[in-house]
Structures are given as structure tokens and as C-alpha cells.
Design a protein around this ligand. Structure first.
Ligand SMILES: C[S@@+](CC[C@H](N)C(=O)[O-])C[C@H]1O[C@@H](n2cnc3c(N)ncnc32)[C@H](O)[C@@H]1O
Length: 240
């Protein structure tokens, strides 16, 4: 019986089918993930105050954390029963509201922004949401001006969402402010078109700074850390 070339065609077509099935499964899974995420987002936006914050920030140069990242902030604040929280970068108040919703009922949020218009908007927003002056301190100024006035070791959580090129300095300040076991959370650490091997373009100072804090936190055994691909990248770390 002549021995012909082995026929791989059925194997190839079943491989192709396998690949197609795999692609379809991945696509179906992604659709499901997006659907569930958007359900969470829709749920969050039923909260009128949050919806106001997102409306006010739309198209502004102070983009809010997206609802998935906001829900993570609320969760993190609740998980440590945060009573004293510092926020760098108030914006139009979305992240502040998420934090307040997770904090202990008598917790106080200290939030700062260099822009008075953002603070005025957020003060009114917080008041409408039931968080008056007793629950939130809104301070006008740059982080460099305000942070040195805050007490060492006095805070449970520090959230950073402003001027990424200053993240290394903000991390140093956050570590000074946190009590032992406190948590620092930085937003935007995965923003930008960079990739694992570095972008094929001139280095961007904001991205370089973000990479520096990711590296510092990852390599320092004093931290228990978590990098979440939510929003523009949320990096949380607890200092033992
Ligand atoms: C990305 S927005 C914050 C969005 C806000 N966290 C939210 O989720 O709604 C950044 C904010 O930081 C403020 N900002 C930028 N650089 C700052 C600095 N060095 N110190 C204090 N605020 C700063 C801007 O005015 C802007 O309102």
C-alpha cells in the first residue's frame, strides 16, 4: 500500500476550529465582563450625587476615577474601616464621594486641590450628599503646600490622583502621613500608551514617575501591594 504524505488537513481544520472556538469564548467572556461591569456602573450612577460629580467633570481637565475604580476605593476604605483619609486631587468630587461612602460613619476626608472652582463645586456636592463640614475638610493649595501641614502618622488611607510626574514625592509624603498598617492608593499608574518594554517614543515624565512608584512598591518588602487594572490603573499598598 503506497505511503502518501500524511493528511494533516483534518487536524489543521480541527486546530482552526479550536482556535476559532477559543477566540469566540474569549470574546463572549469579554462581553460578559463588560456587561457585568456596566451593570455595576449603572448601579453606582443611580446615586444622584455621584451622577452629578460625573456630569460636572465630563469634558473637564479633571477627569474623575471611573466607577469601577471608584467602587474599589469605596471597598478599600471600608475594608480598613478608614476614619481619616487624605486625598490629593479633589477634582469634581467623584473619588471623594466614593471614599466617603466607604469610610467609617464618623470618618473625616481631608481633600486638597490647587483649583478653587473644583473645591467650591465639591463642597456643594458633598453637602447635598449629606457630608457636611464635619465629614470633609476641603483645602485649597498644591500638594506641596498642603501636605507638610498634615500630621505625621495621623491617617489611615492616602489617595493620590493628581499630577503624575510628582508621584514619587507624593508617595514619600503619603508614607509620612500614614499610621503603621495604613494604606496608600495611587490612581493613573497605568495611564498612557506605554508597554512592558517601554514606549517607542520620547520618555514622558509622568509615565516615568508612575513606573518608578510601581517599581518601588513592588520591590519593597515592607509593602503588601495590589495593582488593579481599573480606571487608569489603581495601585494600593499597605505598609506593614
Ligand atoms: C484627575 S483630577 C482628580 C479627579 C478626582 N480625584 C475624581 O476622581 O473626581 C486631578 C485634580 O488634581 C488637581 N491638581 C493637579 N495638580 C495638583 C497639585 N500639585 N496639588 C493639588 N491639586 C492638584 C487638579 O486641579 C485636578 O482637580
Amino acid at each position: 500500500m503506497p505511503v502518501g504524505r500524511p493528511d494533516h488537513s483534518s487536524h489543521r481544520s480541527s486546530q482552526r476550529e479550536g482556535v476559532i472556538t477559543g477566540v469566540e469564548e474569549t470574546a463572549a467572556r469579554l462581553t460578559w465582563v463588560r456587561t457585568e461591569q456596566s451593570r455595576f456602573e449603572q448601579e453606582a450612577l443611580r446615586d444622584e450625587s455621584l451622577a452629578d460629580a460625573y456630569d460636572a467633570a465630563a469634558g473637564s481637565p479633571a477627569p474623575p476615577v471611573d466607577p469601577a475604580a471608584g467602587a474599589a476605593l469605596r471597598f478599600l476604605a471600608a475594608s480598613i474601616g478608614a476614619r481619616s483619609v487624605v486625598e490629593i486631587g479633589t477634582g469634581y468630587g467623584a473619588s471623594g464621594l466614593w471614599l466617603l461612602r466607604g469610610m467609617a460613619r464618623d470618618g473625616i476626608l481631608t481633600t486638597m486641590d490647587s483649583d478653587a472652582v473644583h473645591l467650591d463645586h465639591t463642597r456643594a456636592l458633598f453637602a447635598r450628599a449629606g457630608f457636611g463640614a464635619g465629614r470633609a475638610r476641603l483645602i485649597r493649595g498644591t500638594a506641596a503646600e498642603v501636605l507638610p501641614r498634615l500630621t505625621d502618622g495621623g491617617y489611615d488611607l492616602v489617595f493620590v490622583d493628581a499630577e503624575r510626574r510628582s508621584y514619587p514625592e507624593f508617595l514619600d509624603e503619603a508614607l509620612r502621613l500614614l499610621r503603621p498598617g495604613g494604606m496608600v492608593v495611587l490612581h493613573g499608574v497605568l495611564a498612557g500608551p506605554g508597554g512592558p518594554d517601554g514606549p517607542l517614543r520620547a520618555p514622558d515624565p509622568a509615565e516615568t514617575a508612575a513606573r518608578e512608584v510601581i517599581g518601588r512598591i513592588r520591590e519593597d518588602e515592607a509593602f503588601i501591594s495590589l495593582l488593579m487594572p481599573l480606571g487608569e490603573g489603581l495601585l494600593a499598598a499597605i505598609r506593614r
